[in-house]
Design a protein around this ligand. Structure first.
Ligand SMILES: *[C@@H]1O[C@H](CO)[C@@H](O)[C@H](O)[C@H]1NC(C)=O
Length: 286
């Protein structure tokens, strides 16, 4: 009896979407009306199948809708993979919110720090496709170590391109410095020669992996020309305004003096001073 009651309730639930024949199924639980019951059962099965198919179709439609929308969005705007070279296109929002509103002494308190190049690379006019790979990488037990030593070199055909990014807040006077210490630099040119500094037209970080004479940015201005003498120290500097986040690209080139074959000048630099180096000292402006 319990089984028959259960069966009738089970049937009623399944039949409920149509709302019809409820009464007939209740009656159909009797064994006497078996032929009528099987007939109803056949109709019921067909009906269930139809409901099942309708529900499945509805489910598939619902499930596919967001996926379809996502796919059409993807075809409209494909999410381009972000490479290292695209990183400069990312927004650089100011980290110094509200600092400009703070009252400060006039003239500003003198503060300064050294800003080291983010890129140093050579290009060769005699081999316009050549990409230089000069770093002092060495193997250790845990892998390749690339120290921060940067190679600066000029010859009759090779020039050095050095890139900086002005950083921090209110440190918008940049002092470009070229310090040559005879003990930590090399030149085989005995006669004095001229070393020129150029500002290049590059406001985004250059890619050292593709930078060659052919792909170098054009020169904007000549900043200065200084005389270099073998065995003599040099301490050259020049101030200019630099906005926070501004990329500053400098080229060092030399001129072969009359009676010499080359104007070779070389050094390795890292953040140790005093030594031969090209770097920027940023000074406070607020
Ligand atoms: C510097 O390069 C930009 C584009 O990269 C160009 O629009 C501008 O004219 C160039 N300036 C000079 C002085 O060549």
């Amino acid at each position: 009896m319990f089984a028959s009651r259960f069966r009738s309730e089970y049937r009623r639930v399944l039949a409920s979407p149509t709302g019809e024949d409820d009464h007939a199924y209740d009656a159909g639980s009797d064994d006497e009306k078996k032929p009528a019951g099987t007939m109803h059962l056949g109709r019921f099965a067909t009906l269930s199948l139809v409901v099942c198919i309708v529900c499945t179709v509805a489910n598939v439609l619902i499930a596919c809708k967001p996926m379809g929308a996502g796919m059409s969005m993807m075809t409209m705007r494909p999410p381009a993979p972000l490479t290292r070279q695209d990183m400069h296109r990312l927004r650089r929002p100011s980290q110094f919110i509200g600092l400009a509103d703070i009252h400060r002494p006039v003239p500003p308190v003198p503060r300064q720090f050294d800003n080291w190049p983010m890129l140093v690379a050579q290009v060769d006019s005699a081999d316009s496709d050549k990409v230089f790979r000069s770093h002092r990488a060495h193997m250790t037990h845990s892998g390749t170590v690339v120290p921060e030593d940067r190679h600066i070199q000029t010859t009759s055909t090779v020039t050095s391109i050095v890139q900086f990014r002005a950083i921090d807040f209110g440190m918008e006077t940049c002092e470009l410095r070229v310090v040559i210490d005879p003990a930590s630099s090399f030149t085989a040119t005995l006669r004095p020669f001229m070393l020129s500094l150029y500002r290049l037209n590059a406001s985004i970080p250059l890619n050292a992996a593709t930078l060659s004479y052919k792909t170098r940015p054009p020169r904007l201005t000549e900043i200065d020309t200084v005389e270099v003498r073998a065995g003599a120290a040099l301490d050259w500097h020049r101030n200019f305004a630099c906005a926070t986040e501004e990329v500053i690209t400098i080229e060092l080139a030399c001129e072969v003096p009359i009676g010499e074959k080359d104007c070779d000048l070389e050094w390795w630099q890292n953040k140790d001073l005093p030594a031969s180096a090209i770097y920027i000292t940023q000074h406070s402006t607020v």
